[in-house]
Every structure is written in C-alpha cells, then in structure tokens.
Design a binder for this molecule. Structure first.
Ligand code: DO4
Ligand code: MG
Length: 275
C-alpha cells in the first residue's frame, strides 16, 4: 500500500485502486503504530478515484525531523576514507564502520526538505557535491518502523572531506534533502533483496547509473532505530535515512540542472532537479 500526500489530504493506493482521504493533521496521520492495519480501516468508506496526478505530490511528512545514519555500507566507508585522507581523519571511518554505535546525525527539518519533482540544492561554497540515495524509514513515536520512503541525502564532499567536524555544514542547508514520492506501508519488513538505484541525467543523457541491494548494508535497520531512540523522543515520530551504498567516483560532481532519479523497488522513483 502506498500513501501520497496531496493538498488537504492523502491518496492511498492499494491493489491498483486509488482512494482519497481527508487528512487534517499529517503528524497524527503518520504517527500510528500498526499503520498498515489502521490505513486499511481508513479506507472503509473512502472515495475511489481513477488515477493520481504525480505533479501534485507534496513531501509525505508533517513536522517530523529527518535523521540520517552514515557509513552503513562498505562503499560509503571507502569513499569517505579517500576524501578525508589529507585531513588525517581517514581512520575514523574504519572505526565507525566496525563500532557497535552507528553514526547518526540530524539531517533536515521539513523546511529544508523538497518533494518529488522539487529542486534540491548544492551549496554555493562547495566544489564537490553528490546525491546520496537512501532507503528512509518512517518511525512512530514508539520507535516502530511503520513505512518506507526514498530519501536523497544531498552532500558536499569537499566540505565533509576538509574536516569531519564540518559534517553538519556538508549535510544540512536549504534544499539539502528530498523525500518521497510516497510512503510505502507494508504489514511485513521490506525484503533485504530490495534494489536501490541512482541515475543522474545531464541534458537528458545518463552520466551516472548504479544499483545496490539493501542486503549489502552492514547494520540492521532496527539497530539504527534503537540507537536513535536511546536518548531522543519524537512525539510525532520521525524519518531516518539509512545511509548510502552508492557513491559516484571522485571525478564526479553534480552540476546545476542535473536530474537525479532514485528508485527503490516497491516504493517508486524520487526525481529531483539540482539548483
Ligand atoms: O560520515 C559521513 C556521512 C555518511 C553518510 O551520509 C552516508 O554514509 O550515507
Ligand atoms: Mg548519507
């Protein structure tokens, strides 16, 4: 079942049938344990429609924070070691990859997050920039995984590589995150063989394309969630980006006008333009 956010409501797609729901409070609508069962209940008496206008989708979030996990895939560890060698901090990435405690950081508020087809930004003071395609969890205030969406953890590799203490500036700024196009709500866990794919188009030509499976992630999703909830409360639930397993080679940097397409099996494709 997928849930899309539209003006004044939600569209729920279940078995190829489309339903509209009025939603007065997205925080409360999303922050429900056993969300799958509750949505099925919401659908009783809901209005069926023919199709969804994908242009009209909003970011499928209320006021929840977006947090992110880092260095959860070998590819990310290796790329970060390389970019931070000059700064003398390469060994930190080996340490965090092998440590019991994961890297977790605050990524974005709703204010800094754009929707499917929206414009993500690269910082003007950054020379080396990449999108990071990440499976993103919708978590209830109880710390349960209630849904899955697609996140783009836009990152400045030049700022992050200069000094690891600059991470918040490399990661958090206006237009630094994209989320959507929908929330995928299942009554079971997402299969580990799920594929995550990144395509980058420049002037309609593909300049980067790669795919990875979720099973390549070193950490368990629930362990990331448990660490995040150790000393943080989220009265409306929150989102957690789970790290990237795809990083373009060091010669690659995003350019203004590039189109990023992040696809995750079952969820769909999150498309954004870079500005
Ligand atoms: O350690 C820096 C950030 C890591 C990250 O964002 C990722 O691995 O996805
Ligand atoms: Mg990331």
């Amino acid at each position: 079942m997928r849930v899309d956010k539209v003006k004044n409501g939600a569209i729920v797609v279940q078995n190829n049938q489309f339903f509209t729901l009025e939603v007065s409070n997205w925080d409360m609508f999303l922050n429900r344990t056993n969300l799958h069962r509750k949505l099925l209940n919401d659908l009783i008496g809901a209005i069926e429609i023919d199709d969804v206008d994908l242009e009209s989708l909003e970011v499928p979030m209320g006021t929840q924070e977006i947090w992110a996990a880092g260095v959860t895939y070998l590819k990310s560890k290796d790329a970060r070691k390389e970019e931070s060698r000059k700064a003398g901090s390469a060994s930190f990435y080996d340490q965090v990859y092998d440590a019991e405690r994961p890297e977790l950081f605050f990524k974005a508020s709703a204010l800094r997050t754009v929707a499917h087809n929206g414009t993500v930004r690269i910082r003007k003071d950054s020379k080396w920039n990449v999108p990071e395609p990440e499976l993103t969890l919708l978590l209830s205030s109880q710390g349960t995984i209630e849904g899955y969406t697609i996140g783009n953890d836009m990152s400045s590799r030049s700022i992050e590589g200069e000094n690891p203490l600059y991470l918040p500036q490399a990661k958090t700024y206006d237009g630094c995150a994209a989320l959507g196009p929908c929330i995928y709500v299942l009554d079971k866990l997402l299969p580990v063989k799920t594929g995550i794919r990144l395509d980058i188009l420049r002037k309609s030509k593909t300049v980067f394309s790669e795919e990875i499976q979720l099973k390549k992630m070193k950490r368990k999703l629930q362990d990331l969630v448990d660490y995040l909830f150790r000393e943080n409360s989220f009265p409306n639930g929150c989102f957690l980006m789970t790290g990237t397993g795809i990083i373009p080679s060091k010669e690659f940097t995003l350019q203004i006008g590039d189109k990023t397409l992040i696809s995750i099996e079952g969820i769909g494709t999150l498309t954004n333009i870079v500005a």
